[in-house]
Design a protein around this ligand. Structure first.
Ligand SMILES: NC(=O)c1ccc[n+]([C@@H]2O[C@H](COP(=O)([O-])OP(=O)(O)OC[C@H]3O[C@@H](n4cnc5c(N)ncnc54)[C@H](OP(=O)(O)O)[C@@H]3O)[C@@H](O)[C@H]2O)c1
Length: 293
């Protein structure tokens, strides 16, 4: 996507291909809000979905004021099918040209310690929702002969990821679905892409890194605005993308240099260290010996 001097995607080019309306799930804050702002900056009106009603309303108002676009909201929990139905009703009469599936639910810890209800909630939010969005809006985008769709994945999705097993498995679904639809829909003029952020300073990320402040830059952690801009920049270039070369090189290393046994073990080692209690005992056995075998 061509960029203007302020770094945003060229408005006219963008709107003719991906406008005039965009749907963003998880749009109240974090990466979803950053995608919403990037799209509003390109002139797109928005329909934002989130379960945080107050923050959703505040984000909608701010974007309307700052960018002069229309913003509609659907407030509700996407693990409940009614919320997706409400979104479909809200956008029925709108010319939706872009869909960003961002909201997700994930937990870190030993798989067997998780409640079954939480595991199933992750499947509902991270699998059923992007699936329904891709099917519903995929049909309308194909019919209009142009449009875009971004499904947020995770680097945990590239291979087995111990201690976030269910989250990783659900994110693999988005990764593979988006890549597959890139091929199926490109001849219809629809750009589908799975986008794989690295560590990003969002409220969800800060819950696991409480010392990090909103907007703070630290090495190896991107800002949501940088990630959203990189994703829109990459749209149309291929089936999946990462936000920068360093992360692309990491993906190359984990998927093309390491065999799967080493890639899974490396991930397990990292998270088992991160999950280790501060009193010095291991929360989970390290798999270092296994990696070296
Ligand atoms: N941040 C990272 O480092 C990172 C790295 C790799 C991939 N990702 C992926 O990037 C995407 C965005 O991540 P993020 O860190 O921006 O997320 P986030 O900060 O945890 O959440 C973004 C917004 O989505 C909302 N949301 C979550 N579950 C929802 C549900 N069931 N129904 C309605 N709204 C819901 C959140 O509300 P609540 O706060 O109430 O949950 C929040 O307002 C996700 O798909 C994630 O898997 C993130």
């Amino acid at each position: 996507m061509r960029r203007t001097s302020d770094g945003r995607a060229d408005r006219e080019t963008f709107l003719s291909r991906y406008g005039p309306w965009a749907v963003v799930t998880g749009g109240a804050e974090g990466m979803g809000a950053a995608f919403a702002e990037e799209l509003a900056g390109c002139g797109s009106s928005l329909c934002l979905v989130d379960r945080q009603a107050d923050k959703l309303a505040a984000t909608a108002k701010r974007l309307e004021n700052e960018y002069g676009v229309s913003v509609r909201t659907v407030s509700g929990d996407l693990s409940v099918p009614d919320t997706v139905e409400a979104l479909f009703r809200e956008t029925q009469a709108l010319d939706v040209g872009m869909v960003v599936s961002c909201a997700a639910f994930g937990q870190v810890g030993p798989f067997l310690d998780a409640d079954e209800s939480d595991l199933l909630r992750a499947v509902d939010v991270n699998v059923r929702v992007p699936l329904r969005l891709a099917h519903h809006y995929g049909r309308s985008l194909k019919a209009r002969g142009r449009g875009g769709m971004v499904l947020l994945a995770s680097d945990a999705a590239y291979h087995g990821s111990p201690f976030c097993a269910n989250y990783a498995a659900t994110k693999s679904f988005s990764l593979v679905l988006g890549e597959s639809l890139w091929y199926e829909l490109r001849s219809a003029g629809v750009d589908v892409m799975s986008f794989v952020p690295g560590p990003t300073n969002t409220p969800g990320f800060r819950r696991a890194s409480p010392k990090l402040k909103e907007g703070q830059r630290v090495p190896g952690v991107m800002l949501p605005s940088e990630v959203a801009a990189a994703a829109i920049e990459s749209l149309g270039a291929g089936p999946s993308a990462r936000p920068n070369r360093r992360l692309a090189a990491e993906t190359f290393f984990a998927t093309r240099v390491l065999d799967r046994k080493r890639a899974v073990t490396r991930m397990g080692d990292r998270l088992s260290v991160a999950l280790r209690p501060t009193d010095g005992r291991n929360a989970t056995p390290r798999a270092k010996d296994e990696e070296n075998r």
